[in-house]
Design a protein around this ligand. Structure first.
Ligand code: SF4
Length: 313
């Protein structure tokens, strides 16, 4: 399928989010449906956000929204106008302990994947900060550095997904996203400009050893991130099929629940040891999976759910 692009309308762009469980936010705004980065592991096409609109997507020329993930994008151009009205009328604002009232852009797409989404994202951030809302950007795109005038703000933190700095493997795993070495350069620019930063060291492939993780954490430390989120690659569901189709040999090793859980726990221990050795354990924020029950100490597992981050909000 060739790339299908268009626009989409949405009634309420400001949605409550369950991602406070990961310490990320209380609200989320998704500037589009679909994502041109097409990461093979992406769970978004398996979620109701895409599954509930198979018919709509078919009408727009997307026959298999799961396997064709990365080949379609429908931008929600009306969001800035709608958001401004919503915020003017809004009288209550949820601020949970772990979510901090933060608005995340985005959970189901990338806010800086191309010019159209970047243009809308910039306007949204301006509107949110004018209303004194806290904003979290999460992206693999590079063009956020053009918006430093807006993003360099106490109420905004910018994060990039940066599992490692291996451009070759990234090309297989995240085929249409900018290479991680370029993402690192963008972060360096943001750091030098004084932008608040965090890193999502996620998702790490099971092939990364403790030494690999430590070397990467050392590079990340040079950016002085407020927090480093971590989780490994998950290969269950349609994302597992896409990873196999992309020729990722390690996928079959983590496709059963047992092999996935054991690999997760091993890398979790390695991450903690590496962070401890570097003296940055306090910055490490684990994103565990409830399915790990029975494979890891239950109290340890539970302690990470709904845990506030160490960020300076
Ligand atoms: S950038 Fe995020 S939303 Fe887009 S394909 Fe990758 S993981 Fe999915």
């Amino acid at each position: 399928m060739s790339i299908v692009k268009g626009t989409e309308q949405i009634v309420n762009p400001l949605q409550r989010s369950a991602l406070r469980k990961k310490g990320l936010c209380d609200y989320v705004i998704n500037v589009a449906s679909g994502c041109l980065h097409g990461c093979t592991f992406c769970y978004v096409p398996s979620t109701p956000a895409i599954r509930t609109k198979q018919g709509q997507l078919k009408d727009k020329g997307v026959n298999n929204p799961q396997m064709d993930w990365g080949k379609y994008l429908f931008v929600r151009e009306e969001i800035p106008e709608k958001l401004a009205t919503i915020l003017e009328r809004k009288r209550t604002w949820v601020e949970t302990e772990a979510g901090r009232g933060v608005v995340l852009l985005c959970s189901g797409t990338d806010p800086y994947q191309n010019q159209e989404t970047a243009r809308i994202t910039r306007k949204i951030v301006e509107i949110l900060t004018n209303h004194k809302k806290k904003v979290r950007i999460l992206t693999r795109g590079l063009s956020w550095v053009k918006d430093l005038d807006v993003l360099k703000c106490d109420n905004v933190i910018v994060g990039m997904s940066l599992p490692n700095l291996d451009d070759r493997s990234s090309y297989q795993i995240e085929p249409q996203a900018p290479p991680p070495t370029k993402r690192y350069q963008a972060l360096l620019k943001g750091y030098k400009a004084g932008c608040r930063l965090y890193i999502a060291m996620a998702p790490t492939p099971p092939t990364m050893t403790k030494d690999d993780l430590k070397a990467h954490l050392e590079k990340i430390c040079q950016l002085s991130p407020e927090v480093i989120f971590w989780e490994p690659i998950n290969a269950r569901g349609s994302n597992g099929k896409r990873m196999i189709a992309a020729g990722l040999d390690f996928t079959r090793e983590i496709m059963t629940k047992k092999s996935w859980a054991e690999s997760f726990v091993r890398q979790w221990e390695d991450m903690e040891t590496a962070a401890q050795e570097l003296g940055i354990l306090d910055k490490l924020h684990i994103w565990p999976d409830p399915e790990l029950k029975g494979y890891v100490d239950e109290a340890k597992l539970e302690s990470w759910f709904y845990k506030p981050t160490v960020e300076k909000w």
